[in-house]
Write a protein that binds this ligand. Structure first.
Ligand code: NOJ
Length: 551
């Protein structure tokens, strides 16, 4: 197989297709039930067959897995269960050889509690330089028995945990916006800045092309005392102004301007994408050319399968990204959310947390509708200008694994919410490579999360080469997109029918989606690809078609 050589084009990322690999669930090469780096290398041909521009690896660093690897114990190493740095280098070389670039995940808001700096901090006195790399404070109340503020943790309940002194007496408290095993760094400390610059260079020197920046909006906090109150996390109805206590502060951008200087030391410059859960108008600030360059736009992932929602999100985000000189990004699924094939198979706005808690029994998923709509939404997304981030398994049409036995759940959300929220394991189940055999070909051992029986039908081997399969749809669509896209222009086209989104790109490429109830006629054009079969030449509900109109 011949592959496109990697170019030095500094703008390669503007309309890229990037595939997220959740390494522990992608492919296991050594039979321990945990996916690993060599597993990824063994699947480079598969990744190349998807016509991707890049892969993004969720954390593969040494970690006690208190939060699926987002608790990093060492930022410049590979978890020994997943391989070695030599394995990593080999993987990057193989991917590059196949024309695929590599993003790694940078987790700068917090480390693992097992990180040597945090261990040193625990062993040091209050007020010491070692403690100043994190956020330690005395408690309130007569004996310091109350947390220093009312700040909540994302994984509930409090964002503060009390330490124990070496003599066994209760000590100071430390801040963790996520699990207690994820202490927050103090970004007012220059050593923290220096260490992350070192990490960015370390991976860039190893050939990494880009970085996904975890909770990019949280690094800077207002730590002046007494602490301001923070009763809620993200209130999308109440736009942040840059002066919030914990999120999206204006001064966080100084950090990314510093990082940009590192990116520019390389050819082509390294790129980055911010994970910043803020409103669209503030999100694009992270994507400025002198900062990270791009930011995840999660609006489609949060939306219903609805023409007017999609149209507004698309129009607004493309325009907003443009104002900052960036291109928009698009996401339908990732490792934190219920898979979009499942979401679209349930009623719009349905409470997915409740549904997961019932092990998916509360309401039966309409699998036919869910998959058809997922394929339609994907085809629409792939026709948009901007970068698309795809999540492993969506190319197989995988559904959420809703019935993982609770004693096998790994997500800290389950325990920390007193068993009222099953968390995110259902979208992190290892991929099925073969329809039968141990762990559906994921591993020679027992997969670290149980795979549903239905995975057999979705396995790569069940779809490979089968015309009309979801896997083949992704391959063809991504290949065509690569050929067809040129400028970042697009134009909405009017439709006489309701529930239709129809737009054109350069050179006569058009995409048309039917979100509505009745099948509609197509304009006169060559049909390039359809997410589901047409019915009597009409575009049925839950279907996207790509057209080529000769001018
Ligand atoms: C966002 C990541 O996507 C999520 O998986 C993780 O739990 C939090 N950040 C904390 O790192």
């Amino acid at each position: 197989m011949t592959h496109p050589a990697l170019s030095d084009d500094p703008n390669w990322w503007r309309q890229a297709a990037i595939y997220q690999i959740y390494p522990r669930s992608f492919k296991d090469s050594d039979g321990d039930g945990l996916g690993d780096i060599r597993g990824i290398t063994s699947k480079v041909d598969y990744l190349a067959s998807l016509n991707l521009d890049a892969v993004w690896l969720s954390p593969f660093y040494p970690s006690a897995l208190a939060d699926g690897g987002y608790d990093v114990a060492h930022y410049r190493d590979v978890d020994p269960r997943l391989g070695t740095l030599a394995d990593f280098d080999e993987m990057v070389a193989a991917l590059h050889e196949a024309g695929i670039r590599v993003f790694v995940d940078i987790v700068p808001n917090h480390s693992s509690n097992l990180h040597e700096w945090f261990q040193e901090a625990l062993a040091s006195e209050p007020g010491s330089p070692a403690r100043d790399r994190y956020i330690f404070r005395d408690g309130l109340g007569e004996n310091g028995e109350l947390p220093p503020s009312d700040w909540p943790s994302h994984f509930a309940p409090s964002a503060w945990t009390r330490t124990t002194n070496s003599d066994g007496t209760p000590g100071q408290w430390y801040l963790h916006l996520f699990a207690p095993e994820q202490p927050d760094f103090n970004w007012d400390n220059p050593e923290v800045h220096e260490d992350f610059l070192k990490t960015l260079r370390f991976w860039s020197d190893r050939g990494v092309d880009g970085f996904r920046v975890d909770v990019a909006h949280a690094l800077k906090k207002d730590l002046s005392e007494p602490f301001r109150s923070k009763p809620v996390f993200i209130d999308f109805d109440n736009p942040l102004t840059g002066d919030d206590v914990l999120f999206d502060r204006n001064d966080v951008h100084d950090i990314y301007r510093q990082w940009r200087k590192v990116f520019e030391e390389y050819t082509p410059p390294r790129v980055a994408v911010a994970e910043a859960w803020v409103r669209a108008e503030r999100r694009v600030l992270y994507a400025r050319p002198d900062e990270l360059g791009q930011a995840f736009n999660f609006d489609l992932l949060l939306a219903d399968f609805d023409a007017s929602q999609f149209k507004r999100i698309i129009t607004d985000n493309i325009a907003l990204a443009k104002t900052e000189g960036s291109s928009s990004t698009w996401v339908l699924s990732n490792h934190d959310r219920v898979r979009h094939a499942t979401k679209y198979g349930l009623p719009a706005g349905y409470d997915l947390r409740e549904w997961l808690l019932s092990n998916g029994t509360k309401l039966e998923v309409n699998y036919v509708q869910g998959l058809a709509r997922a394929r339609a939404a994907t085809l629409l997304m792939l026709a948009l200008p901007g970068s698309c981030y795809l999540y492993q398994g969506e190319e197989l049409g995988l559904f959420e694994a809703a019935d993982i036995p609770v004693d096998q759940l790994q997500d800290p959300i389950w325990e920390r919410n007193h068993h009222t929220d099953k968390g995110r394991d259902g979208c992190r189940v290892p991929l099925p490579w073969t329809a039968d055999g141990m762990s559906f070909g994921f591993s020679d051992g027992v997969a670290h999360l149980p795979q549903p029986e239905t995975f057999a039908d979705f396995a790569v081997s069940s779809q490979d080469g089968h015309e009309g399969s979801t896997l083949e749809l992704y391959r063809v669509a991504l290949g065509l997109r690569r050929e067809l896209q040129s400028t970042e222009d697009y134009e909405w086209l009017e439709s006489p029918h309701s529930g239709i989104l129809h737009f054109s790109r350069a050179n006569g490429w058009q995409s048309m989606t039917n979100f509505g109830g009745t099948a509609v006629p197509l304009p006169e054009a060559q049909i390039l690809l359809s997410s589901s079969p047409l019915v009597d030449g009409l575009l049925p509900e839950g279907t996207t078609v790509w057209l080529k109109v000769e001018r």
